[in-house]
Design a protein around this ligand. Structure first.
Ligand code: MN
Length: 705
């Protein structure tokens, strides 16, 4: 019988005819998509997806999962698109296939332990659905079984990755057999000589021990019967890698590791576990300090059992695990026991509850429910609700708390990056600095040399490092240092105005101080250094008072606006100027420079007041996004807001804020958007005009109220 036929027979044993027919169609589809492709081993490619599916059938995975296993390489390796998969086999299957393709794209490279842990968590977090992880593990297992035909270098990389990433995930999910096989195969490929020596030694030892094992097993069985405990007793062997690990960790010889006998006692219920324990402690003396009660305190992967080590009859230690049949099923199949045992005579609710509890230890926040659909929903919950995992542009993974923003990311990369960040790109698109990061995001921080931390960041950063560093920066830009820096900046500005700083004397300063809220020359200088005042503004003020208060402004030295000046420059909320707009600056007493657009209604009304006006221009190179307000009138139609939002996103802009008011058949939408400049805004507005429901669109510059 062919592998394909065997697979169909296997799924027929637990799935209905309709499901089996769907699987047969997926099998055919995958076969023709991969037609002509060969594996490295020379086998036809389709042998791989079939083998992957067959690793999952003993776990009784559902039809969508088996179909996804059959189709898992179709989108990656053939001309078929995920859309076609969705059309042909339905969305649930396509979502699983898509999840698998995403996992395939990330490769683990570093050898640091902390990175390995992050990588494992990220894989789990990205998978979203536990079935994706199960298929991925089966995929890896089959690749490990057929690794020989690869180049040596590749074999080592894949084996190491399996040992460090995939085997621990299998363990965490309680998939006992897959876990052990992944470890043993990695061991075999990484250390072929050690593996073959050890496996020969184990074979020899097994023969020698057979008689002793039989005698102990019999003694245990009899003692349990005397105590009226119904039990199954099995001899137990360690898998090769765990023997090797133990020898390594404790520097033991093979004989010392192997000189331990392992037994497993399966009983009916929890009280029987403790009864059996008492009986065995009466049979052989327990070794003090070795007893562990994983029933009262289960392991992180929900493993439950009593472990004890006894002094055996021949002076050798005997390790005994005592557990109920149900605990045993979960110990063997882990999360998969949900599918595996839901149709057996075991009351479904019991097992359901168990796997549920098991997941709870993983997910923390699971609600108890007896409903299977809801159980599947819970499988899709984030496995790590408190953390997100993101990439640096160099491919390093950073773990950040949930809710972390681009600023948190910048500070976690380096304090200097945090202090100088002006904008961020997530997955190659500009986003606001306050944007919340998601799992798998690739984050790039744009910095500017003269940029300083903004106090407003404190309202949205979530990491203590970012918070601490921002506070630190704002506090310790020392007064004296600031004043020194301020003086340098001021002298530069003066010379660009053609004024010699020697010519500015105390009378100039006294006049300036009278005109401002500052108390002293040093305070003004410190304000410049701290970015609360602009050097150019102060220079012009000093130069002007030097000319006897004439309102004739010296030529040259037009102030260039970069958008990164911090507190020294504010952009007027009424007109929200963006690069490309003609702009003008106003010095507000004690406020610094406020930038308006030329045609700002507020400005027009305030003309003639005593505020000082300044010529300002935009810098040629501005990378920071700016806020702008627009108003849309749209016809009330279902989904129009979603269309508008999608168009804005497609035009690479971000929505900072939106509110709307209903006016009969129409709604007016007020957006605050982020754009790079005027051309960008024009592009956004043009795209919005293309939406049929959009009746009118205007940029908003509010008049004073
Ligand atoms: Mn594959």
């Amino acid at each position: 019988m062919s592998d394909a036929e065997t697979l169909l027979q296997e799924v027929s044993s637990y799935l209905n005819a309709k499901d089996v027919e769907h699987i047969r169609q997926a099998l055919e589809f995958s076969g023709s998509a991969h037609a002509g492709q060969l594996r490295q081993s020379g086998d036809p490619y389709i042998s791989h997806p079939i083998a992957v599916a067959r690793i999952l059938t003993p776990l009784h995975l559902d039809a969508p999962a088996i179909m996804a296993a059959l189709l898992h390489d179709v989108v990656e390796d053939t001309h078929i698109s995920n859309k076609e998969v969705a059309k042909k086999f339905g969305n649930p299957v396509a979502v699983l296939v898509d999840g698998l393709s995403k996992l395939d794209k990330i490769e683990f490279e570093t050898k640091e332990d902390a990175q390995a842990e992050n990588f494992r968590k990220m894989l789990l977090a990205m998978a979203r659905d536990v079935r994706v992880i199960l298929i991925k593990l089966a995929d890896r297992l089959h690749n490990m079984r057929t690794l020989e035909s690869m180049a040596r270098e590749k074999i080592e990389r894949i084996a190491r990755e399996t040992l460090e990433i995939y085997a621990p995930i299998a363990n965490r999910l309680g998939l006992h057999d897959i876990y052990q096989e992944l470890q043993d195969l990695s061991f075999m490929h990484l250390y072929p000589t050690r593996y073959s020596v050890l496996s020969k030694a184990v074979k020899v030892a097994r023969g020698n021990r057979r008689e002793v094992v039989g005698k102990i097993q019999e003694a245990i069985h009899q003692r349990l019967q005397e105590h009226h405990v119904t039990a199954q007793v099995h001899g137990r062997e360690k898998h090769l890698f765990s023997i090797y690990e133990k020898m390594q960790a404790k520097s033991l010889a093979f004989s010392q590791v192997q000189d331990i006998y392992g037994f497993r006692v399966l009983v009916e219920n929890i009280p029987a576990c403790y009864l059996a324990l008492g009986a065995l402690h009466g049979l052989y003396k327990p070794i003090p300090g070795k007893f562990k009660d994983y029933i009262a305190i289960p392991k992180a992967n929900a493993y439950q059992a009593l472990h004890t080590t006894l002094f055996g009859p021949y002076g050798t230690p005997i390790e005994v695990q005592i557990r109920t049949h149900e605990m045993h099923k979960i110990a063997e199949a882990g999360i998969a026991s949900h599918w595996l045992y839901k149709t057996t005579q075991t009351p479904f609710n019991d097992l359901h509850k168990k796997t549920h509890q098991w997941l709870q230890s993983l997910l923390e926040s699971l609600s108890q429910s007896g409903d299977s659909v809801e159980f599947l929903e819970h499988l899709k919950v984030d496995l790590f609700p408190d953390e997100v995992y993101v990439f640096t542009p160099k491919g390093k993974i950073l773990a950040l708390p949930r809710g972390a923003t681009a600023v948190d990311f910048a500070y976690s990369v380096h304090t200097d990056i945090g202090n100088r960040c002006v904008a961020a790109k997530v997955n190659f698109e500009l986003v606001p600095l306050r944007a919340e990061l998601k799992n798998g995001d690739r984050v790039e921080i744009i910095t500017a040399t003269h940029a300083n931390p903004n106090p407003a960041w404190l309202s949205y950063v979530v990491t203590s490092k970012a918070r601490g560093q921002i506070r630190h920066f704002l506090k310790t830009m020392h007064f004296d240092e600031s004043a020194q820096l301020g003086e340098r900046l001021l002298n530069q500005a003066l010379s660009s105005l053609g004024v010699n700083s020697q010519d500015i004397d105390k009378t100039h300063w006294d006049k300036l101080i009278k005109d401002t809220t500052a108390k002293s020359r040093v305070e003004i200088l410190a304000d410049i250094g701290l970015g609360r005042r602009l050097n150019m503004v102060v220079a012009r003020q000093l130069a002007r008072v030097g000319e006897g208060g004439a309102h004739e402004l010296p030529s040259g030295g037009i102030i260039t606006i970069q958008g990164t000046e911090g507190l020294a420059v504010q952009f007027a909320k009424c007109c929200r100027p963006i690069p490309g707009d003609p702009i003008i600056g106003i010095i507000k007493k004690g406020q610094g420079l406020v930038v308006h657009t030329h045609d700002c209604p507020t400005l027009r009304k305030g003309r003639g007041s005593t505020d000082e006006w300044l010529d300002v221009v935009w810098d040629k190179h501005i990378s920071k996004p700016f806020d702008v307000s627009i108003k849309l009138i749209v016809a009330n139609q279902r989904g129009v807001l979603a269309k508008v939002a999608a168009a804005i996103a497609d035009a690479e802009s971000n929505i900072e804020n939106v509110h709307f008011t209903n006016e009969g058949d129409y709604t007016s939408l007020h957006f605050t958007l982020q754009v790079g400049n005027r051309q960008h805004l024009a592009r956004v507005m043009r795209d919005l005009r293309g939406i049929p429901e959009v009746v009118r669109i205007t940029r908003v510059k509010t008049a004073p109220t």
